[in-house]
Ligand binder design. Sequence first.
Ligand SMILES: O=P(O)(O)OC[C@@H](O)[C@@H](O)c1c[nH]c2ccccc12
Length: 263
Amino acid sequence: MTVLDEIIGGVRDDLAERQRRLPESALRDRVAEARPALDAAAVLRAAADVQVIAEVKRASPSKGPLAAIPDPAELAAVYERSGAAAVSVLTEQRRFHGSLADLDAVRAAIRIPVLRKDFVVTPYQLWEARAHGADLVLLIVAALGHRQLAELTELARELGLTVLTEVHDEDEIERALAVDASVIGLNARDLKTLEVDRTAFARLAPRIPPGVVRIAESGIRGPQDVAALAAHGADAVLVGEALVTGEGGPGTVLTALRNAGRR
Ligand SMILES: O=P(O)(O)OC[C@@H](O)[C@@H](O)c1c[nH]c2ccccc12
């Protein structure tokens, strides 16, 4: 069993519990009342400079607890003030110590697009994402079968969500393109082994056709990494650990990353 399989097992257990407490019909009612999603793809596509998607990340499976984040709303506000294009909120509980409460807090605090970052395997989680105000949702190709990826992509679009389709190799890029992914995240971390390969973006980005937004995810340590990714055609970078653990605080780190991504 891979790490990814283990995580998904826990996600499914937690999900069953939430579904017992709140039926999908109730979520659908909330979605009907919700403010429509922001067009996050347009935001990312419009910019010349490398955009930063800043992540609210408390812990990770590889490192354990990363940072005490007493107030995710305050962190998200710092991200917004420092020029993040969007904020990613991890909602997975067991390994990342996130929650839908974090998503709610962030959503209420900022006006820029919010990504629900989780291991989405069922439609219920997409309804949840929208009901809690997310504009974007992550779909991890490695976590989904062909039918599942197609169906979840379609429902997400119906809900007005921008899908960030996450890949880690050539085959997964083909699968993402087969569902017409418009925003692709190349994760440098292999979720099956948790190993980071910093050469992945340079190698794989040329396989993604122009017009598709290309996001480099994971393992970005500082300005030098962003400059290299910019040279290889990244439209955006998704950064968690370096922001929540970096010297000088998240605002200072984010500003330095943005400066490194100027074109
Ligand atoms: O903290 P980092 O190395 O900057 O990584 C952020 C983000 O890419 C990472 O949290 C991530 C990318 N894809 C995921 C899928 C699930 C959970 C987490 C992730």
